[in-house]
Design a protein around this ligand. Structure first.
Ligand SMILES: Cc1ncc(COP(=O)(O)O)c(C=O)c1O
Length: 393
């Protein structure tokens, strides 16, 4: 049965078939807004995938791996070549065989951590706005989210609100820095506060660091490197962002063996292993020289500045992102009721698509005054988008 929710949104009526724990989630905003981009022949600054190709040496490594016969299931926890390459990238000692679990993107790792460790009824602190799979996985695990909001305009952690969220029922906190969608890179003080509370309440930290190489201003501190934090932290990272291969879906979880056992228990029954030739190519990619990562961040600084300056020149209020390839722009100066009506206006009038970020909030209504743009696009695309946005009024 088709349900027409508005002129643009058509969903199958989820209540007919979808289990109760998922029926209120519907289609992800990324699918919806990518479709709207196509319908309006718009520049898609919605979903975070690059419109430029992966580096040649990474593509060649995948082709070579296929030719070399790396085409069957790998070791479930990850091809040894990749597990060792991952361990070598870490800022602290990591046992490649005992502490690394490779998954189909870090999205699968998020699910593995939650399904492997969190019990029904456990409280998990989630910082909003959030990457949308956190809440869906918590719902599938029948856990209880406790939300802490990063308030605009600067999106810093509010100490009193964070303290109030912790209790003896808290099992885990999910921390994402560099943070999608605000572009915040949490300061040492913010991470130390999380660490202090995690230790006090004996809480596990799921640290989503998929943008660790996309620090554009300031420095990223892996929370596992803070005192007494290694033993309670699971760190997630991903290949897709840093080598422009989001479609390869190679991610990993690094955690002490007690957590890794639980993560692998879920992983063996969800996907068993990630694509073998892509794992082998990922091992080559991760051993790229430092200059690759320096150039990579410098290119993104140019993209960020082009988009942020352009958005400001058109009239948006923008908190310039310190990391990631996303920017949250405040559209209030244009007088729209909410983010969805603003995003639709932009798609139709300017032929530019961004994501309405209320989908990344559970508690606060603050998302309604923002739009999220992704700047993982060529400079020409970003300049053209800014030019089109001149027609906004
Ligand atoms: C914060 C965050 N975590 C995890 C992911 C998932 O990454 P992957 O493509 O490796 O599954 C994303 C992707 O956009 C993200 O933004």
């Amino acid at each position: 049965m088709l349900k027409k929710l508005s002129a643009t949104f058509i969903y199958y009526d989820a209540a007919m078939t979808t289990a109760k724990r998922l029926e209120h989630f519907g289609e992800t905003v990324f699918a919806t807004w990518s479709r709207i981009a196509v319908e309006n022949n718009a520049i898609n600054l919605g979903q975070g995938f690059p419109d430029f190709d992966a580096p040649e040496f990474v593509k060649e490594a995948a082709i070579q791996a296929i030719r070399d016969g790396e085409n069957q299931y790998s070791r479930s926890a990850g091809h040894p070549l990749l597990a060792h390459a991952i361990a070598d990238t870490f800022e602290f000692p990591v046992d490649a065989m005992e502490e690394v679990t490779v998954s189909c993107g870090s999205t699968e790792s998020i699910a593995n951590v939650i399904f492997g460790i969190v019990n029904p009824g456990d409280e998990v602190i989630v910082i909003e706005p959030f990457y949308d799979s956190y809440l869906a996985c918590l719902s599938m695990a029948e856990a209880t989210p406790k939300i802490v909001t990063l308030h605009s305009p600067d999106f810093t952690l509010n100490e009193a609100e964070l303290r109030a969220a912790f209790s003896n029922k808290t099992k885990m906190i999910i921390v994402n820095s560099p943070h999608n969608p605000t572009g915040r890179v949490f300061t040492h003080e913010e991470l130390s506060l999380i660490a202090e509370l995690a230790i006090k309440y004996d809480v596990i930290v799921l640290s989503d660091e998929v943008y660790d190489k996309l620090v554009l201003t300031g420095t990223h501190t892996p929370i596992a490197t803070l005192p007494e934090m290694y033993e309670r932290t699971i760190t997630l990272r991903s290949l897709g962002k840093v080598f422009s291969v989001t479609g390869w879906k190679i991610g990993w979880a690094v955690a002490p063996p007690k957590f890794t056992t639980a993560i692998r228990c879920s992983h063996q029954f969800t996907t068993f292993c990630a694509a073998t030739p892509l794992q082998v190519a990922a091992a080559t990619a991760l051993r790229a020289p430092d200059s690759y990562f320096i150039d990579y961040a410098n290119e993104y600084r140019k993209r960020r500045d082009t988009l942020v300056d352009g958005l400001r020149s058109v009239g948006f209020q923008v908190h310039s992102p310190e990391g990631t390839y996303f920017v949250l722009a405040d559209h209030s100066p244009f007088g729209f009721d909410d983010d969805i009506s603003f995003c639709l206006h932009l798609a139709k009038k300017c032929r530019v698509v961004g994501i309405p970020p209320s989908a990344f909030y559970h508690q606060s209504k603050e998302g309604a005054s923002f739009i999220r743009f992704a700047f993982c696009k060529g400079l020409e695309t970003l300049k053209m988008a800014v030019e089109r946005l001149q027609a906004i009024g």
